[in-house]
Design a protein. Structure first.
Length: 301
């Protein structure tokens, strides 16, 4: 997050806006339904992995909503929750003290990414959070450091076709972007390889959500994080602007009378392979081998 703006790895993203949305969840905001649904779908993919981790890391675990799914999949694993803010760390501690962790005697540990020990985990699980960081390659590199050899990462995030209808609507109105740009899954696969992961697998699916009216739709989008584009409208919008937006959203009604939007969800997993040995720049030749080479040269062989 501290890399220079000129770095090609940096996404145009208002990190303050992202943290504001996360902290809103920490103080009692409703967790996004979509996060729970994607976590359920991602958990189904755990069946293809033979490794049963003894230590797993749930990255941004509170908003990711994967705790119960991970507990059922790996009841004997030690779970570590990494949260991006102190408010969310405290919220995760409270949630785990409230008794929804019945599968283990000890509650999960909660910490920041900086406190995570290297090479200690067999699984890093990150549900619906990678689109909320400005420098995904830096995050992937951190995951790679945290994993033991043969450990694996499994993640999901929003893809570039997400809310395409809303993007087009804003463009037709001549407004700034409706949201930050999302990363294509093929680019994420390349980033995994660059970070040192092996056998990356990426795929995606499109989910279509619907709402009865504009108020419900806007409330759900706000819960998902709102507009974190640095090029968005600045400052508070007027009631007249909101009325214009609500009227424009009526274009999204389908034949069933509901408002429809699409969400592209990208899924990825990859393994941390045994590090390759760097080729040596020095060649060692024994004295006997040197004598043999000299004899062959003198004999014209």
């Amino acid at each position: 997050m501290s890399a220079p703006p000129s770095s090609p790895a940096i996404r145009p993203l208002d990190l303050g806006r992202v943290l504001m949305a996360l902290n809103r969840l920490a103080v009692g905001g409703a967790l996004p339904w979509l996060h729970g649904e994607v976590a359920r779908r991602m958990a189904e993919r755990l069946d293809i992995i033979r490794l049963k981790p003894s230590v797993l890391v749930d990255w941004w675990g509170y908003a990711g909503m994967g705790g119960e799914l991970l507990a059922k999949a790996y009841p004997d694993a030690r779970r570590v929750i990494v949260e991006p803010t102190e408010a969310l760390r405290e919220r995760s501690r409270q949630a785990n003290r409230s008794g929804w962790w019945p599968w283990r005697r000890a509650a999960p540990e909660v910490m920041s990414a900086d406190d995570l020990a290297p090479e200690g985990a067999q699984l890093i699980w990150a549900n619906m959070m990678l689109h909320g960081v400005a420098d995904p390659p830096a995050v992937l590199a951190r995951w790679h450091r945290a994993l033991a050899v043969d450990g694996f990462v499994m993640f999901s995030c929003l893809g570039p076709d997400t809310l395409r209808e809303l993007r087009d609507l804003y463009a037709d109105l001549g407004w700034p972007p409706a949201m930050a740009e999302f990363i294509d899954m093929h680019d994420l696969g390349d980033m995994l390889v660059h970070a040192g992961f092996a056998d990356p697998v990426m795929d995606q699916e499109t989910l279509r959500l619907s709402w009865a009216g504009p108020d419900e739709l806007l409330a759900e989008l706000r819960g998902l994080g709102g507009n974190a584009s640095p090029d968005r409208f600045r400052g508070l919008r007027t009631p007249r602007w909101r009325a214009r937006l609500v009227a424009a959203l009526e274009r999204l009604r389908g034949n069933d009378g509901r408002l429809h939007l699409r969400f592209e969800v990208a899924y990825g997993h990859a393994f941390k392979a045994v590090p390759r040995r760097k080729p040596s720049t020095e060649t060692t030749v024994s004295l006997e081998e040197m004598r043999s080479l000299v004899r062959k040269r003198d004999s014209g062989s």
